[in-house]
Design a protein around this ligand. Structure first.
Ligand code: ADP
Ligand code: ASP
Ligand code: MG
Length: 814
């Protein structure tokens, strides 16, 4: 004999019921079958809703009833297109009884647990009847047996306890000589010794099946559901979760106790004692292997087997000096909760005994509070303890595995990876058996926490980076293209899964939690929603994804002003925008501090020398104990381009214009030509060398004409370049006469910095600097005579984009 159970989704539509019947028909060819079924998917919830509505005198209970009726009638007709009358008549009669019950609840304004059980029992009674009769209609040897006549319980309504002795006898007696080959049993429902209708608790059909399997001592219990087994984490929350092939009873129990709904926790006990394996299978994919739960020890996946979560948790904290050393205190506390039938899911007690924290279902919290406060009334009045504190909006996440106790550092890894992602932990509990480590966190953080832990313990080899890019002009566009092109390489070679989740320009923004399809991102962005910096931040924050990185590819101050907000959410910031790091020293320090405090890197390599590894090299020198004495550098790709192309045969205005066309200057060329851009760069290098400095402290000797310096608009500025051609030619002539090259040089020496146009003599390392190249010479304690030199392309969209890309990947390798 075989026992199979099919859950709500499996019997949730005529299509799925046909799949169930196919499976049963196949199995029935070899063996007698007991098939336990749930109510049609969603019906138990609807019955409870109708009950609540009737109790609250809301006429809407009629609509809910009609929906319930329609769902059943449609399924019956679809399953039995030519011979549904008898089934419809019977079901109609039952539904009339349901309607009367709801009207009764409406009239008396009350829904007791006892009535609630009577109400929800309709779900399983109807589904089991419909399935059995449909099978009979199709000529199969099947019949329904009402399990209320078999499973006997106490009167603990809504979660009754089974009387195994009577129940086992009933089941064994009944199945001794059943005429039909396939017996359909409604799950979940039972009767008390006094004959009242009871239920085994939400999700209890699994339990019914286990009770029957144990009573009949079958070889295997099969639980058929809508997923292919017990997964490493809820597959609806964690995309990368996968089915666990084999798992122990204890692990399965622990996972289900901590929220893996795929198995109702009490299910394991009856079959565990007899060593009957549970096979979890997928009705929608019968070929999938599924999960076997048994005594067999298996370590295939490492010490952590799965991660689960329970939402809607409240944390009760009882604290006060009067608790210390008083015997019987905990006993009174737990007795109170047990009398009120409140299930305590998690307990932590500080070693000082000063406080005790309990995790309970949020719905139980008000009752728990009033009951506990009443029991400790005296102690509260004497100020020995405080009234109980209730926090809601919480969830529990738990790591589960039999072998965790033999491995060190698992909780360390768990909490550090949660911490890195800014997931605040309110309480921690570790089962004495060390089969689970659980933590209470904000419900809002559950998805991020599950994914973070899943990545940490099950996808150790890959890391997912979630990137949010603002600014898709010249550089931003190249960055997106480079990401698109390198995606596969990163995944295969660096084990980094890079997803662009958010994209924005100044007008529009788009998001896709699964990663924006980069094939037609421009088109998508054009059709995106209206963008503001705040809306982009809020959306990024609310997605609450692990390893989130905000990338600023603008030159905009308002964007730079947003960094602190991102960092405070533990969202890393990568910027080519120089404004933040060259702003007030206070602001620069604040951003650095936030980056450390919230474990959110702030990387801005492209602020100096585009893609050249200048800041990184400097950081490495300092970190390894070196000290910077001076820095000499040509840091403006645009000015280098301008002075490399300007001579007595060209016009200064035309060369500056051309530099703009080729993308070497900022949109406003004055920022480059006034030396401000270079000043910002040397400021950043000075600061990264450990010096407190502001932009005003940098001596800026401008080479621009008076009129050029004073121009108000970009157009005016260009006009002055034409008018003052002689001024610029003079600069050229003077250098030429001395056989020198004009270079715009930044210097940092003995704590002082300056930027100015200089005449560089032949033989100097700057003399031959070509095109838009940059060069930096670091003179340090270690590189005292011969400087450390970094030289190469220091401007241009492609190299800047690749510098940003390198920063993003650096975050991935953290
Ligand atoms: P049924 O109606 O078949 O009893 P349930 O909805 O009670 O099905 O349980 C199956 C659901 O359990 C899955 O659809 C999934 O969303 C959820 N679930 C939660 N945790 C896990 C897990 N670790 N593995 C598989 N499913 C899980
Ligand atoms: N129908 C019941 C519920 O939804 C029992 C079950 O499906 O296991 O809780
Ligand atoms: Mg279930």
């Amino acid at each position: 004999m075989k026992v199979l159970k099919f859950g709500g989704t499996s019997v949730g539509s005529s299509n799925n019921i046909n799949k169930v019947i196919d499976i049963l028909e196949n199995y029935g060819k070899e063996d007698a079958i007991v098939c336990v079924v749930s109510a049609i998917g969603g019906i138990t919830d609807k019955l409870l809703l109708a009950g609540k509505q009737a109790q609250n005198k809301e006429d809407a209970f009629n609509d809910t009833f009609n929906k319930i009726k329609d769902i059943h009638f449609n399924i019956i007709k679809e399953l039995n297109p030519t011979n549904s009358d008898a089934i419809l008549n019977y079901v109609d009669e039952k539904l009339e009884a349901l309607k009367s019950l709801l009207e009764g609840i409406y009239l008396i304004n009350e829904l007791s647990p006892k009535t609630s059980d009577k109400l929800v029992s309709f779900g399983e009674l109807l589904s089991s009847f419909i399935i059995a009769e449909t099978m009979k209609n199709r000529g199969l040897s099947a019949d329904r047996k009402n399990s209320q006549e078999l499973v006997v319980t106490n009167s603990n309504f809504t979660k009754a306890e089974v009387d195994y002795k009577v129940t086992n006898n009933n089941i064994q007696d009944y199945f001794k000589s059943v005429p039909q080959n396939i017996t359909i049993l409604p799950g979940f429902i039972s009767k008390s010794k006094a004959g009242e209708q009871t239920t085994l608790g939400r999700g209890g059909s699994d339990f019914t099946a286990a009770i029957v399997a144990a009573a009949l001592k079958v070889d295997q219990l099969e639980i058929w559901t809508d997923v292919s087994g017990m997964f490493t984490s809820n597959p609806k929350m964690v995309k990368q979760a996968y089915p666990i092939k084999k798992i122990s009873y204890q692990e399965a129990m622990e996972l289900s106790h901590f929220g893996a709904k795929v198995l109702y926790p009490p299910t394991v006990q009856p079959v565990l004692t007899l060593g009957i394996p549970i096979h979890i299978k997928n009705t929608l994919d019968p070929e999938a292997e599924g999960t076997i739960i048994s005594h067999d020890p298996v370590n295939a996946n490492g010490p952590v087997k799965g991660i689960s979560n329970i939402n809607n948790i409240a944390l009760l904290t009882l604290q006060g000096s009067g608790m210390v050393g008083i015997p019987g205190f905990s006993k009174r506390l737990f007795e109170t909760l047990s009398q009120e039938k409140i299930n305590v899911i998690l307990i932590t007690q500080a070693s000082s005994e000063h406080s005790i924290c309990l995790g309970v279902e949020a719905k139980d919290a008000p009752l728990a509070k009033s009951a506990i406060d009443a029991v400790f009334e005296n102690e509260i009045a004497l100020n020995k303890i405080d009234p109980i504190i209730v926090e809601t909006g919480l969830a529990i996440i738990a790591l589960v595995g039999d072998n965790m106790k033999n491995h060190q550092g698992i909780s360390g890894k768990m909490f550090s990876s949660l911490g890195k992602n800014n997931i605040n932990i309110r309480a921690i509990a570790q089962g004495a058996s060390e089969k689970n480590i659980s933590a209470v966190i904000l419900e809002n953080d559950v998805k991020k926490a599950l994914n973070t832990l899943h990545e940490q313990f099950f996808e150790t080899k890959t890391k997912q980076l979630n990137v949010f890019i603002t600014g898709v002009g010249n550089v931003g566009e190249r960055l997106v293209e480079q990401i698109k092109q390198q995606k596969k390489y990163l995944k295969e070679n660096l084990k980094i899964k890079l997803r662009v989740v958010g994209l924005s320009n100044s007008r529009k923004m788009i998001f896709n939690e699964e990663g924006i399809d980069l094939k037609n991102w421009k088109e998508q962005l054009e059709n995106g929603e209206k963008a503001t910096l705040d809306a982009f931040f809020e959306k990024t924050k609310s997605l609450n994804l692990r390893n989130s990185i905000f990338v600023d590819v603008t030159a905009n101050k308002a964007v730079a002003d947003m960094y602190a907000k991102y960092l405070k959410q533990s969202i890393g910031v990568v910027a080519c925008n120089k404004i933040a790091c060259s702003s007030d020293y206070e602001n620069y320090r604040l951003l650095k501090r936030l980056s450390l405090e919230y474990n959110a890197p702030l990387l801005f390599e492209t602020n100096v020398g585009a893609g050249l590894p200048i800041i990184d090299t400097l950081n490495n020198l300092i970190a390894s104990g070196d000290k910077v004495n001076s820095i000499h550098a040509v840091l403006s790709g645009s000015l280098n381009y301008v002075f490399n192309n300007f001579n007595d045969k060209t016009k200064f205005h035309d060369v500056v214009k051309q530099a703009g066309v080729e993308g070497y200057t900022e949109p406003d060329p004055r920022i480059d030509l006034s030396g401000v851009d270079v000043a910002r760069k040397i400021l950043i290098l000075a600061r990264e060398s450990g010096v407190e400095m502001n932009l005003e402290d940098i001596e800026n000797i401008s080479f621009l004409s008076e009129a050029g310096l004073k121009s108000d608009t970009v157009e005016d500025f260009y006009e002055t370049l034409i008018a003052d051609e002689a001024h610029y030619q003079k600069l050229y002539a003077s250098a030429k006469e001395k056989n020198c090259q004009l270079k715009y040089v930044a210097k940092f020496d003995n704590g002082k910095a300056s930027v100015s146009l200089q005449e560089i003599p032949e033989g100097h390392p700057f003399y031959n600097l070509e095109g838009s190249d940059n060069i930096v010479m670091f003179y340090t304690k270690r590189y005292a005579q011969q400087p450390m030199i970094i030289k190469g392309a220091g401007a241009g969209a492609d190299v800047t984009a690749s510098g940003l890309f390198a920063d993003i990947i650096r975050l991935g390798n953290d």
